[in-house]
Design a protein around this ligand. Structure first.
Ligand code: GLA
Length: 371
């Protein structure tokens, strides 16, 4: 393997969980995610040529080499496309060496890809003095994922990875990317948010995600609105006959989820965690029955958590596998974990993994080294 010199810039960015507001970022709704304590770090060195080298501490046997001239949206490859896509989207015209390290669980639906994109984008922004603000970086990293990697994701994951602050969830208005912080101090109320990685990875994810977006878009065109943000529930119900059954169910989820998210902000401010739990569970039911993005493993995790006393539980992220969250009293967490592990074993599902995380800070430059 070729020699790697010390980096000029080190930057890092976190993964996320979403408290509530699922599958509505691309319908211009409100979402309420927070950054988790697991992060991805990018060590970046500027080169004097146009070569791009990428490697990861998690895969030391592989070193990827490309060049600025070879950057092309839609190119084949693996995880390195998330890095190449960001270099492309930011219009970098110099070679770079990028070494990645991190502990965001991969494939768990906790946005390891956004963490990777945002760590690289934050580092490049600093190294090349691009002067991009967090909103611009969110749009560019989303562009990298949409166009370069070909994943039709919304704007939530990149925004929270960039804009989050420790101790708070981020209320993000996906229409204009304006934000406000909503303090979340579960510990002070003896509560914890348990993250359950079902380890289920159903292959349908990307295709089904795109179909959900299309159903929302076709509902909007039939309703003559530009996004589902532009309609209230009574008007949607009154227009039911204009939509197919599927479009109505998808739109019904989106419109009700937007209202639940705003209500969640209110109850969080009042520290009414029982009400927050109910909203979280209602979100799951809507994602399961109306948006149809849950799966057996996620439902099992949620139902078991609720049966063992959680105040609320739901799937998070895109669905069809990945993680669920359960809001519960600290004293009940161990019993919930072992009940879920037992239930998974009897159902012959993969062994679930459990994580806990306080709301953590967003992307940052850790170090700029002079040479
Ligand atoms: C994935 C996407 C996000 C968002 C969620 C569902 O995580 O990347 O943009 O749509 O699914 O809320």
């Amino acid at each position: 393997m070729s020699e790697w010199l010390a980096p000029d810039v080190i930057a890092s960015a976190p993964g996320r969980v979403n408290l509530i507001g699922e599958h509505i970022d691309y319908s211009q709704g409100f979402v309420l995610p927070f950054a988790i304590s697991f992060r991805t770090t990018a060590h970046i060195r500027r080169r004097e040529d146009h070569v791009i080298r990428i490697r990861s501490q998690q895969r030391l046997d592989e070193e990827i080499s490309s060049s600025i001239a070879d950057l092309a949206p839609g190119s084949q490859g693996g995880w390195e496309r998330y890095v190449l896509g960001v270099i492309w989207a930011l219009g970098i015209n110099s070679g770079v060496d990028i070494e990645i390290d991190g502990d965001v669980p991969l494939g768990a639906g906790l946005s390891s890809s956004a963490a990777l994109e945002c760590a690289v984008a934050t580092g490049l922004n600093e190294l090349f003095s691009l002067g991009l603000d967090k909103k611009q970086l969110a749009l560019l990293t989303q562009k990298a994922e949409n166009l370069y990697v070909g994943v039709p994701c919304g704007i939530m994951d990149q925004s929270v990875s960039l804009m989050a602050e420790a101790g708070s969830a981020l209320l993000l208005d996906c229409r204009d990317l304006s934000t406000s912080l909503v303090p979340v101090d579960l510990g002070a109320s003896d509560l914890e948010l348990l993250i359950i990685d079902t380890q289920a990875r159903h292959a349908l994810v990307d295709g089904e995600y795109a179909k959900r977006r299309q159903a929302c878009e076709s509902a909007c065109s039939k309703l003559h609105i530009s996004s589902l943000r532009d309609i209230e529930m009574p008007a949607l119900v009154a227009s039911k006959k204009l939509l197919s059954e599927e479009e109505f169910k998808r739109a019904h989820h989106a419109v009700s989820e937007m209202a639940r998210t705003l209500e969640a902000v209110d109850v969080l401010k009042r520290k009414d965690f029982a009400a927050l739990g109910s909203l979280i569970t209602e979100s799951h039911v809507s994602l399961r029955d109306e948006y149809e993005v849950s799966c057996l493993e996620l439902n099992c995790a949620v139902d078991t958590a609720l049966a063992y006393g959680a105040l609320g539980a739901r799937m998070v992220g895109g669905g069809f596998g990945g993680s669920a969250i359960a809001l519960a009293e600290q004293g009940q967490i161990e019993a919930i974990k072992s009940a879920i592990a037992d239930a998974f074993k009897s159902a012959q599902f993969a062994e679930p993994r459990f994580f806990a995380s306080l709301p953590s800070e967003g992307a940052k430059v850790i170090k700029r080294l002079d040479r």
